[in-house]
Write a protein that binds this ligand. Structure first.
Ligand code: SF4
Length: 865
């Protein structure tokens, strides 16, 4: 860039952003370089240099951002005396190196410890005491403290280690106050994460201030003026704004939802551009993943009854006493949980706390000291002689023991980690902030399924740059149009292992996954473990024989259907009861289903707001699945997918398991929060989720008898991670020789392998004859950020969730099986139960074993991608 114009150009860009009431973007590499060149040049005025100094100090991302590398190098050279800059004294350069959190700044801080300039060295000591992301540098400083021949250097290093051991980094931060004054922003009913971070604005998620402008835009009519007005009320009362709702944070795991709340109502972080921390959320129910994301972000989540809170109220939150006071009267009470949350908020979030606590423990161990008493110890459940559930055993093995109890805090090994594209940019930024250049998790995968079909310019740029970021750290990058993350990631799972992913549907059909926000996903990828408060489990036990015409999708919907019958789940949002919320859904009784089918059940545990799901399967379907997946991995390596080493390692682990296929099993006397038995023989007709709530389930007959439910169908969508190749063949068979479908019909195979096989088998000609619109493999309508159904359409969809406006503005969406979807497409309406039970078996006839044959790559001759 022409330096003469740099400041004018920067101001122009900054003013453009200012007109949208948002701060400028953080400096990119070229801007950082220009700012440094101006600081180094004699041609520029003092004022210009002050301007550039301010940019360099305050507007560069920390960690291992590319711009941070240039900034650290510049400041490091000044600290060493290699260059002089009249705007930075050497010790000041070190001071600002100390604001960069870790990563590229650390080597320069380390070098400064040996500086002959005492002021520089003292500043480096001060900086390192409060730097947590030091990784291997710990060992270097520890060695210096013991072995340095220079006694001054040794004592500086010792001072740092002692400071870490004494948790000075933590004690320097403010405790959570006893009383916090808050102004209430009350959003009645349920706020899902799409309300806070709309899918249609997914491409702006990593630009936190810009993305926050979309918060509540499709949920609250006058959202901008409401936000402005509550901010004014808060300012007049010297209070913070608190986000209050009956149910908060259901739906996707997107951290951007929490980021937007924190951006609007949190506090700036010195020297870190476009990111805030803090904030408050109160909900009668807070969805578990959202709760954890708040914890990770340093935003205090409070679960308390909100009936007596109104918009504009000024309340006093007493976190230690568990009270909400309004006009001098206690209007709600609560117990903050987990007991470590006070420390989490003080540390700036759960992740900084875990990292900092780890550093303190390491330093204490090095000094031969016992465990620190400064931090609250996670409260652990009472000892028990009872057996363990399957989930408790899987997590136990990942923690190196037989099992973990419900309520136990643990840090299981994260063996498999997934990231999808609309959260990928945030995960990337979090990885950079964690100052990491490699992954410790055994297998990390990035997909591009949410943006493949209709990419915006920001998506194209992400698709071009993110793969390299992932693969150079040891991750595996899929390609746009490869297909949906879960339909791929499931194929890399290892039995009985633990993982996570930045998508709420990361619900492994083998092993167990606890989906999370991008902060925790980055943490799991970087460190190879994840923090977990082991949830209780709910057992769903199927028994009996499935009736003809009944599908796995009907069993998915049978779970809430039976839970409602048992009084364990209610549909209205106010005072909602949901036994599954935050628990592990454990499913037994379907041991012989294929792994692809098992995923339909585990995938939908997201809609139950469950924390995770296990499915007890026999080893035969798992062996069959892994053998197929090994063939897929070999084809990927041949086709140039990276990181090849990671792929090969995963195939090796699969082979090892196949050679000794032992599966964990739940103990007979394991304890569950509830047990729901479902007799398959009782299910005699399809069960659907009705518009627009995945919990609002009813049988087809009940829907037809309910005059308030729409019966005509405008559009049918067969797609999403809930589908597999069998669903598309079933659609093709049912529509065969039926002419054009009576609805607008969308068909989106989940992966390119499904698509190719369907095409090879001639099904695309059947889809074409049915007048279906076929999209590239990916999330498509399910995500709602790409193509949309017509405004106010009545839709039948096989996708995961039907929240308001997700698939289209004002759309009313039924969720059910592909088989029922095909019949709806044929008729343009919901069929009668009799019609359905006649059409489906008749059309599928003898073909069912052919229709429901899943992809076995190892059996496909010369299989290649
Ligand atoms: S298909 Fe739908 S539920 Fe599945 S990953 Fe994509 S957007 Fe999420």
């Amino acid at each position: 860039m022409n330096l003469e114009h740099f400041i004018a150009k920067y101001n122009e860009l900054a003013n453009e952003r200012k007109s949208q009431a948002i701060p400028p973007l953080a400096l990119d590499v070229s801007q950082t370089t220009s700012a440094i060149e101006i600081l180094n040049s004699s041609k520029f005025s003092d004022g210009d240099k002050d301007f550039c100094k301010d940019l360099l100090v305050n507007r560069v991302n920390p960690g291992v951002d590319d711009s941070a590398k240039i900034k650290a190098e510049f400041l490091g050279k000044i600290a060493k005396g290699e260059i002089k800059c009249d705007k930075f004294a050497p010790q000041e350069a070190v001071k600002y190196l100390g604001t960069m959190l870790g990563g590229y700044n650390v080597p320069y801080l380390l070098e400064s410890l040996s500086s002959s300039n005492d002021e520089v060295a003292a500043e480096a000591v001060r900086a390192l005491k409060h730097t947590l992301l030091v990784y291997d540098a710990f060992e270097k400083i520890a060695d210096m403290s013991k072995d340095s021949k220079d006694s001054k250097v040794a004592s500086r290093a010792k001072e740092i280690i002692e400071s870490w051991a004494n948790a000075e980094w933590f004690l320097a931060k403010k405790e959570l106050p006893k009383e916090i004054k808050l102004a209430v922003l009350k959003i009645d009913g349920e706020t899902n994460t799409d309300d806070l971070s709309p899918a249609s604005d997914a491409f702006t998620r990593s630009d936190i201030p810009l993305h926050a402008k979309a918060m509540l835009k499709s949920r609250v009519d006058n959202y901008e003026s409401r936000l402005d007005s509550i901010k004014k009320i808060a300012a007049q009362n010297d209070a913070h704004v608190v986000y209050v709702g009956d149910v908060v944070g259901t739906g996707s795991s997107r951290k951007s939802a929490c980021n937007s709340i924190v951006w609007h109502f949190g506090d700036s972080i010195p020297y870190i551009p476009n990111k805030k921390s803090g904030g408050f959320v109160i909900g009668s129910i807070i969805a578990p993943i959202f709760f954890a994301t708040c914890e990770d972000s340093g935003c205090l989540p409070v679960v308390a009854n909100v009936d007596k809170l109104k918009e504009g109220d000024i309340i006093i939150l007493k976190p230690h006493d568990g009270q909400i006071v309004k006009n001098g009267e206690v209007v709600s009470t609560f117990t903050l949980s987990p007991n470590t949350i006070f420390d989490e908020i003080r540390a700036g979030g759960r992740i900084p706390l875990i990292i900092g606590r780890g550093l303190t423990n390491k330093a204490r161990k090095f000094l031969g000291l016992g465990e620190s008493e400064i931090f609250a110890k996670p409260k652990q459940p009472a000892q028990s002689n009872k057996g363990y559930t399957l989930a408790q055993k899987m997590v136990g093995v990942a923690c190196g023991k037989e099992g973990v109890r419900a309520g136990e805090y643990c840090e299981p090994k994260a063996t498999t980690v997934g990231s999808q594209d609309t959260t990928g940019a945030m995960t990337r930024d979090e990885v950079k902030e964690l100052a990491s250049l490699s992954y410790s998790a055994d297998f990390v995968m990035q997909s591009f399924c949410h943006t493949a079909a209709y990419p915006k310019p920001a998506d194209i740029s992400l698709q071009a740059t993110l793969p390299n970021f992932m693969t150079t750290r040891g991750g595996v990058a899929l390609r746009p149009k490869d297909g949906v993350i879960h339909s791929w990631l499931n194929r890399f799972c290892l039995p009985d292992t633990v993982g996570t992913g930045g998508d709420s549907h990361t619900r492994f059909p083998i092993g167990i996954s606890f989906p999370a926000g991008s902060g925790l996903v980055a943490f799991a990828a970087v460190t190879g473990s994840m923090p977990l408060n082991m949830p209780e489990s709910v057992l769903v036990r199927f028994k009996g024989k499935m009736n003809p015409g009944i599908t796995l999708r009907d069993l998915v919907n049978a779970i809430p259907y039976y839970a409602i019958k048992k009084g364990l789940l209610t549909v209205p949002k106010q005072n909602k009861k949901n036994i599954f919320s935050g628990k592990v859904l454990e499913i037994e009784g379907l041991e012989d289903i294929k792994v692809e089918q098992a995923f339909e059940l585990s995938d939908a545990s997201a809609e139950r707001s469950a924390a995770a799901c296990t499915i007890a399967l026999n080893k035969e379907p798992i062996i069959e699945y892994l053998e197929s997946n090994i063939a897929l991995i070999e084809a990927m390596i041949k086709d140039g997918y990276q990181n090849a080493e990671t792929l090969a390692r995963r195939a090796k682990r699969m082979r090892e398991w196949i050679n000794n296929p032992v599966l964990l099993k739940a103990d007979k006397d394991a304890e569950y929060a509830a047990v729901i038995e479902i007799d398959l023989s009782e299910i005699k007709e399809p069960i659907l989720a009705c518009p627009n709530d995945p919990d609002d389930v009813a049988t087809l007959g009940e829907i037809l008898a309910d005059s308030k439910r729409p019966k005509h169908i405008d559009e049918v969508f067969i797609g999403s991670c809930m589908t597999n190749i069998g669903h598309f063949r079933a659609f093709g068979e049912i529509m065969k020789n039926e002419g054009q479908s009576a609805t607008r019909t969308w068909l989106v195979p989940p992966t390119k392998m499904d698509s190719k096989k369907l095409s090879d088998e001639g099904y695309f000609s059947l889809f074409g004859a049915a007048g279906a619109r076929i999209e590239v493999p990916g999330c498509s309508l399910c995500m709602g950020n790409q193509a949309r159904v017509k405004d106010n359409a009545v839709v039948f969809s096989t996708s995961t969730r039907n929240f308001d406006n997700r698939m289209g503005k004002g759309a009313q969406v039924y969720l059910g099986s592909a088989e029922l979807g095909a019949v709806c497409a044929k008729l343009g309406r919901l069929p009668s139960v009799e019609e359905y039970l006649q059409i489906v078996p008749q059309k599928l006839g003898e073909n069912t074993s052919k229709v429901y044959r899943y992809l076995e790559f190892d059996k496909i001759k010369d299989f290649a991608l």
